[in-house]
Structures are given as C-alpha cells and as structure tokens.
Design a protein around this ligand. Structure first.
Ligand code: DX5
Ligand code: ZN
Length: 231
C-alpha cells in the first residue's frame, strides 16, 4: 500500500527587505537567504498609495547585480502602478503583485505583468473584498493577503486574515490552478502554524527575521512550526 500520509505543500519563506539594513542591503538579504529564506519580498512604497517611501527598480537591479539569484517577489504599493511594471520586469522581478485599488484597469495591469515575462499577483488589504477574484483568478500566479494595513513593518497580525485565507484556499483548490497563497504582515514563529493551516503556502517575514540577532534561528523556528502542518 502506498503511504497515505497527506502531503505537505511547498512552504516558502519570503524575506521582506523592509526591515533589512538599507545601508547594506545586498549583504543583509544574502544573509537571510543563507540562513534559509527561500525568496526575497521587495516592498515598493510611494508615499501616495501608502504612507511610506522605499525603493524602485534600480534597487531591484542592484540586488541582482550584487548576486542575489533567489526569486524576487515585488510588492507594488504605488499608484499609478502600470508605469513601473516594465521597469521592474527589466530589473529582475519574478512575481509582481499589485493592489486592485492602485489601478483603473486591473485586467490590463495583470496582462501587462504577464506580457513582460513576470508572474502576476493580486494583493488584498484587510478590508478589500475577495470579489476582485471573480474575473481575475485565471490570470493569477499569486494571491497575497495583507494581514496588516500596508505601509510599515513590525505591525501585529490581524486575526480575521485566517478566515479570509481559508476562503481563498478553497477558491484556489476548486479552480485547479497553480496559484501561490502568500500572507504579509506580522508573521512570526508563534502564529505561522495557524496561518499555514488556514491555507497559506508563502510567508512574508520582515521583523521576524531582520529584527533578530540570529537569522538562522529565526527561520528555523518558523520551519519547525511549518513541519507540524500536514495539509
Ligand atoms: C507592509 C509590507 C510588509 C512588511 C511586513 O506594508 O508589505 O511586507 O515588510 O513586515 P513584518 O513582517 O515586520 O510585519
Ligand atoms: Zn509586502
């Protein structure tokens, strides 16, 4: 008889640059990857769509030139958004995720990401309804649920995200499409088990990694919790 154990999804930990040391970004991101992070989450903020200001495509390209080869998921918190998509594609982005509130023509924006060779993702703020998935699901490679309001690292996970994750997991599974379900904000070793059990497979961690002295220990603690999940 084959082993009937339920298989564990491929869990990915994405290190968010927002809490890294911007004065030595390449080195700090490399340290997180060496310590076990799987991907890089690049938070792009414009002081317009969100009340904070970070980095643009030049920094993404600089990380590639520095030697970062892990997948980079670019989380665009900018409005308007279309203008920057080709630039981030050229700068080495793998995934590009956008907020529906940041574009007048969401379908066109998602297609623009695809046309530039990147994987499109749609981001939901805590109060953004999932109805935006009604006519977009077949165009997505990633759905990102914000578990804090976007703009700052170090905020607390909003518990209502768990129910929203369950709803999205069910939509993804019934679609039969291969879509990653990412969660962003307040993810730590002490809640990652519940978040994974609610259906997430990709976990953004900013302060949970960069806010510690020992990145390896921080990531190992999250992996240990994930290993307890069976579905
Ligand atoms: C917030 C950003 C997050 C942020 C998460 O707007 O989108 O990616 O870095 O930070 P932590 O993990 O510290 O909550
Ligand atoms: Zn983010």
């Amino acid at each position: 008889m084959p082993d009937q154990q339920p298989s564990q999804p491929e869990y990915l930990i994405a290190a968010s640059i927002l809490s890294a040391d911007f004065a030595r970004l390449g080195e700090d991101i490399s340290a997180a990857l060496d310590a076990g992070a799987d991907t890089v989450h690049l938070d792009v903020m414009d002081n317009h769509y969100v009340p904070n200001l970070t980095v643009g495509p030049m920094v993404c390209e600089a990380l590639r030139n520095y030697g970062i080869s892990a997948p980079i998921d670019v989380h665009l918190m900018v409005k308007p958004v279309d203008r920057l998509i080709p630039d981030f594609a050229k700068a080495g982005a793998d995934y590009i995720t956008v907020h529906p509130e940041a574009t007048e023509h969401l379908d066109r924006t998602l297609q623009l990401i695809r046309d530039h060779g990147c994987k499109p993702g749609l981001v939901f703020n805590p109060a953004t309804p999932l109805s935006f998935l009604n006519h977009t699901l077949n165009k997505l490679d990633m759905i990102l649920l914000m578990s804090v309001n976007p703009g700052f690292g170090g905020q607390s996970f909003i518990p209502a995200t768990l129910e929203k994750l369950r709803q999205v997991r069910s939509l993804i599974d019934s679609s039969g499409n291969s879509i990653r379900l990412e969660v962003d904000g307040g993810v730590k070793a002490d809640n990652i088990y519940d978040i994974a059990n609610a259906g997430a497979d990709t976990f953004v961690a900013g302060t949970a990694i960069f806010g510690t002295e020992d990145y390896h220990a921080a990531i190992a603690a999250m992996r240990k919790e994930l290993a307890r999940c069976t579905s």
